[in-house]
Design a protein around this ligand. Structure first.
Ligand SMILES: Nc1ncnc2c1ncn2[C@@H]1O[C@H](COP(=O)(O)OP(=O)(O)OP(=O)(O)O)[C@@H](O)[C@H]1O
Length: 433
């Protein structure tokens, strides 16, 4: 493709200038292909690796068309997590600052009243999680959500996940409030294409509308992760995982590195956060059992490098763009290989280098094999933590720190709070998003 700058792809001059001020001047491949097609009015399915600029691939053409007629409720972006919605809202706000853009963030855990007022004010763009937007649609009058009938664009970011059963009912409510698909453009983007997303490209064409444009960036080696991402594993006995993690985070190579540690459960996140804190590591955590304000603060501290290490569950595995992250640790191995791709993709973004290191216990071997098959790459053994004598020495203080953490959690009734929250969630579907 010959076009090699944003202007020649058709983006508005003001937007090209905004991008340029952010040092974004050369379009990535997904941007080169999708921007002109979306500008032609086509629905679009875009697949490209993590960190390859999918957000601007959809935001660019939407902002361009909006600026030609800057009316309210022009576009909606739906994402699976609150933090990702916040990030995208910030990006729209920053890109459109010179055009007085109004962006509403509509996510769970934040004030419903404030959001309802913002919606009444007809923002230009709404960035939302489906559960909370569905709540507004069901509980507000036409005044608040009537404008949704004029929306020109619907984006499903992380489309593979958004099209799973988890979101089906809320998504149906949201889509039901929008114009029919003949009257709006639908844009789907993902780093992990699924058959369900691909199937939409074969949907029967709608009279009077151009066919769906579908583009998947393929690498010649068919490797599903960025070329700049190092993939390593460490064989770890289950009962000394914490000591290995402490060693890894304090080894020469990563002693200063900004790192995200992924665990499979919220309790494990809390134990690890407290344990590392007792060991003197600047640490924060992010998981669904935390109040939203704490989640937001933790992420802010991590982005600003006030916390060097973030312990997270999969609420942080998709979409988050934190350029300083050099290391991702899969402390627990995910059961779905696509989750590995998203988690590891929190580093090695936009051409930068990063490492993903997986802690492998005996029970994880088959999961690792499935991941290697999915990404089409073998992991190599990590040689940064290998001296068993050093591990043994760390073990005593790590065990003590963990014991203190468990005692604190027992005092704070962590498990009980978790159960209470679970019960509350079961009773209130709308608190999910
Ligand atoms: N053309 C470009 N040149 C340089 N940097 C870019 C360009 N496009 C986007 N970026 C930057 O690359 C980073 C990753 O972009 P983005 O978050 O859109 O990735 P993504 O493809 O959506 O990833 P994920 O699948 O993890 O959600 C961001 O910091 C973004 O500002």
């Amino acid at each position: 493709m010959s076009s090699s700058n944003f202007k020649s792809l058709g983006l508005s001059k003001w937007l090209v200038e905004s991008l340029s001020a952010m040092k974004i001047t050369q379009p990535t491949e997904i941007q080169k292909h999708c921007i002109p097609e979306i500008l032609k009015g086509r629905d679009c399915i875009g697949g490209a690796k993590t960190g390859s600029g999918k957000t601007i691939a959809f935001a660019g053409p939407m902002l361009t068309r909006w600026s030609e007629d800057p009316c309210g409720m022009f576009g909606i972006v739906l994402t699976p997590t609150r933090e990702l919605a916040m990030q995208i809202a910030e990006q729209f706000t920053a890109l459109g600052a010179s055009m007085n853009i109004r962006v509403a963030l509509v996510v769970g855990g934040e004030s419903i009243v404030k959001q309802a007022l913002e919606l009444q004010n007809k923002p230009h763009f709404i960035i939302a999680t489906p559960g909370r937007l569905a709540h507004h649609i069901m509980s507000s009058g036409d005044d608040t959500v009537g404008g949704l009938k004029r929306v020109k664009y619907l984006v499903l970011d992380e489309a593979d996940f958004m099209l799973t059963d988890t979101f089906a009912s809320d998504l149906a409510t949201c889509i039901g409030a929008l114009p029919p698909k003949t009257k709006r453009q639908t844009l789907l983007f993902t780093a992990t294409m699924t058959d369900q997303v691909k199937a939409l490209q074969n949907a029967p064409s709608i009279e009077g509308r151009p066919p769906v444009y579908s583009y998947q960036v393929e690498s010649t080696d068919k490797v599903a992760i960025p070329a700049t991402l190092g993939t390593e594993y460490i064989l770890v006995p289950e009962h000394v995982k914490e000591a290995y993690l402490y060693q890894l985070l304090t080894c020469e190579e990563y002693a200063e590195a900004s790192a995200i540690i992924f665990v499979n459960r919220t309790t494990a996140a809390e134990v690890l956060r407290r344990t590392l804190f007792h060991l003197g590591v600047r640490v924060a955590s992010l998981h669904s059992q935390m109040p939203q304000q704490e989640r937001t603060n933790a992420l802010q501290r991590f982005r600003a490098n006030a916390a060097r290490v973030l312990i997270a569950t999969d609420v942080a595995s998709r979409g988050l763009d934190i350029p300083i992250v050099e290391l991702v640790v899969n402390y627990d191995i995910p059961s779905d290989p696509d989750t590995y791709i998203h988690r590891s993709g929190r580093t090695a973004r936009a051409g930068r280098h990063g490492d993903a290191i997986s802690f492998v216990t005996e029970r994880d071997i088959s999961r690792i094999e499935a991941i290697e098959e999915r990404i089409n790459k073998k992991m190599t053994e990590c040689d940064k933590v290998h001296d068993t004598a050093v591990i043994r020495k760390a073990l005593t203080k790590v065990t003590k720190a963990k014991r203190e953490s468990l005692m604190e959690m027992e005092k704070a009734n962590f498990g009980e709070r978790k159960k209470l929250k679970k019960d509350r969630n079961m009773n209130s579907k709308t608190s999910r998003a």
